[in-house]
Design a protein around this ligand. Structure first.
Ligand code: ARG
Length: 246
């Protein structure tokens, strides 16, 4: 007996079967993470991950259904069946990989630093921030938070539920630095010239991958073959250029 309605949850069992039967590819992400997923002015979701998800759904012959989810609960949301996969710029790391399966990386990024302009020249790398006189902001539950705890542990850490709130701390002088994925920081810095200084060289190595529930070889095989296809046929490059160039 079905315990949950097909329109809001994914049935337990083979993921591809559920996608085919429901006619929907339900994709979890967390909007606000530029340029991967954003909410546009008219309320629709746009970005690199969104475009990839739409191509995936089109190739599957099903409807693309966006499931915008708070980052901190995104793995539980997947594992309770609210979506078929997470496509949200999620860094593949050991802790997460013990809970979910990841397809091969679709891009590699790393953490970079947005600095209060007053510190320009005084702070030139994450090492210089490792001092209790500095306050660093980032987003809850991210690899930015993990990197600060691991590598910059002497600084004071302030975590925020959204990246927008966290980065604002630097722009309005309440934090000395904001640490987050480099592509986000690059866009923020270009939109807020004078308010922040970008130390753009990533100081962590972070492959990003699509996550699914464990134990589904068929879905994993699908995702890896899909990735190879879009990388080879030019569609990956086309969307990459659309969101990452200039
Ligand atoms: N790559 C970082 C991580 O895995 C940040 C990803 C944030 N993604 C998002 N959709 N808000 O923790």
């Amino acid at each position: 007996m079905a315990l949950m309605t097909a329109s809001t949850t994914v049935s337990a069992g083979p993921i591809l079967d559920d996608i085919a039967k429901s006619g929907e590819l339900r994709v979890c992400f967390d909007a606000g993470y530029m340029p991967f997923e954003m909410k546009s002015k008219n309320g629709s979701y746009i970005g690199f991950d969104i475009d990839i998800g739409k191509i995936m759904a089109r190739q599957m012959g099903v409807k693309y259904v966006p499931v915008n989810t708070a980052w901190d609960g995104i793995i539980p949301t997947l594992l309770t069946g609210k979506c078929h996969l997470i496509n949200a710029g999620m860094t593949i790391n050991a802790k997460r990989n013990m809970r979910v399966n990841f397809a091969d990386p679709y891009i590699v990024v790393g953490q970079s630093i947005l600095l209060n302009p007053e510190l320009e020249g005084k702070v030139t790398s994450y090492r210089d921030l490792n001092d209790k006189k500095y306050t660093i902001a980032t987003k809850l539950g991210t690899t930015g938070e993990q990197a600060i705890k691991r590598m910059i542990s002497k600084a004071k850490l302030n975590v925020f539920e959204t990246q927008a709130d966290a980065v604002l701390e630097v722009a309005n002088g309440k934090a000395d630095a904001f640490i987050y994925d480099m592509p986000f920081n690059a866009i923020y810095a270009s939109q807020n010239a004078g308010k922040v200084v970008h130390l753009e060289k990533p100081f962590t190595f972070e492959p990003l991958g699509w996550a699914i529930a464990q134990g589904d070889m068929d879905m994993l095989n699908f995702l890896n073959n899909f990735l190879r296809q879009i990388k080879g046929d030019g569609s990956y490059d086309r969307i990459y250029d659309k969101w990452f160039k200039n």
